[in-house]
Design a protein around this ligand. Structure first.
Ligand SMILES: NC(=O)C1=CN([C@@H]2O[C@H](COP(=O)(O)OP(=O)(O)OC[C@H]3O[C@@H](n4cnc5c(N)ncnc54)[C@H](OP(=O)(O)O)[C@@H]3O)[C@@H](O)[C@H]2O)C=CC1
Ligand SMILES: Nc1nc2c(c(=O)[nH]1)N=C([C@H](O)[C@@H](O)CO)CN2
Length: 237
């Protein structure tokens, strides 16, 4: 791949795994980060170009777009990975504030980036470029505890359809909809057991499962406007 891949939320967990793996394969990688994380130094040492951006802050998004347009003539791909997983009632935020934050990070910022960076994707010297939105299994089923999160991920998935139609044939646009990929450190044994039991394949697949899906989509020459479900058969339980 002869132009960089932009990965949002690259400082930890799945975004970090994808950024590190693509870089190890010799792909130029640009990453965004919100908070200082231990892995930022490692990414810089690997040659990953990092930009600070909180997608809930409009001026940050505009500054990121300006920098990318100024310093990068082309992009091979954009992976919209950045995400906040906020449950209603589990933070000091009001429901309105939760919905605003969810829509900003999962829909508004990706919308702004796709529109502004489409010319850079079209400039990619490879035969094709990709946008990938990482959404969630909850898009199809909803979520009673993460209502705004789920709705905003559904908006993100719909962005994939619209941008697939707008940017074809130079740019493919797809979604990856995972259910459980990686537990969080604070997850209790009961929560882990309950979550694993939701799928036909009761396992925590880890970040590589998402990397495989990203690689498949970026190597495809005929898939666009589609969603890859990574859910262990949960839809059949
Ligand atoms: N983990 C799982 O099992 C599942 C994950 N997914 C999806 O996969 C993707 C990666 O998941 P995972 O690695 O677990 O996600 P995490 O929540 O662990 O990390 C998300 C990343 O996004 C960044 N981020 C959060 N809010 C903002 C913001 N307002 N502006 C900019 N960056 C922000 C975080 O930065 P910071 O370091 O500051 O927190 C972090 O780097 C996400 O889109 C998620 O919704 C979907 C289903 C299951
Ligand atoms: N931004 C995030 N989104 C999601 C996370 C996460 O840790 N960060 N985790 C999940 C869960 O794994 C869920 O799929 C199963 O309990 C969902 N989204």
């Amino acid at each position: 791949m002869s132009a960089p891949v932009l990965i949002t939320g690259a400082a930890k967990r799945i975004g970090l795994f994808i950024a590190r793996s693509l870089r190890e394969q010799g792909v130029e990688v640009i990453g965004t980060y919100r908070r200082q994380q231990p892995a930022l130094g490692e990414l810089e040492a690997m040659g990953v170009q990092l930009y600070h951006c909180d997608f809930c802050e409009s001026d940050h998004v505009h500054r990121l777009i300006d920098s990318l347009q100024r310093y990068h003539p082309a992009l091979r791909g954009i992976i919209h990975n950045a995400s906040d997983w906020i449950a209603e009632g589990q933070s000091e935020l009001s429901p309105e504030q939760v919905m605003e934050r969810m829509m900003r990070v999962h829909a508004y910022a990706p919308y702004q980036l796709n529109l502004a960076l489409a010319p850079l994707l079209r400039n990619c010297p490879d035969s094709v470029a990709d946008i990938i939105h990482i959404t969630d299994f909850a898009v199809d089923k909803g979520s009673k505890h993460h209502i705004a999160y789920s709705a905003s991920k559904a908006a993100s998935e719909n962005l994939s359809r619209s941008f697939a139609r707008l940017l074809a044939p130079q740019v493919k646009v797809n979604s990856i909809a995972p259910s459980l990929i990686l537990f969080n450190e604070g997850d209790s044994d009961d929560y882990r057991e309950h979550t694993l039991a939701k799928a036909l394949l009761p396992r925590e697949p880890g970040e590589a499962e998402v990397l495989h899906a990203v690689t498949y989509l970026m190597e495809s020459r005929y898939v666009t406007g589609r969603t890859l479900h990574l859910d262990g058969g949960r839809h059949l339980k």
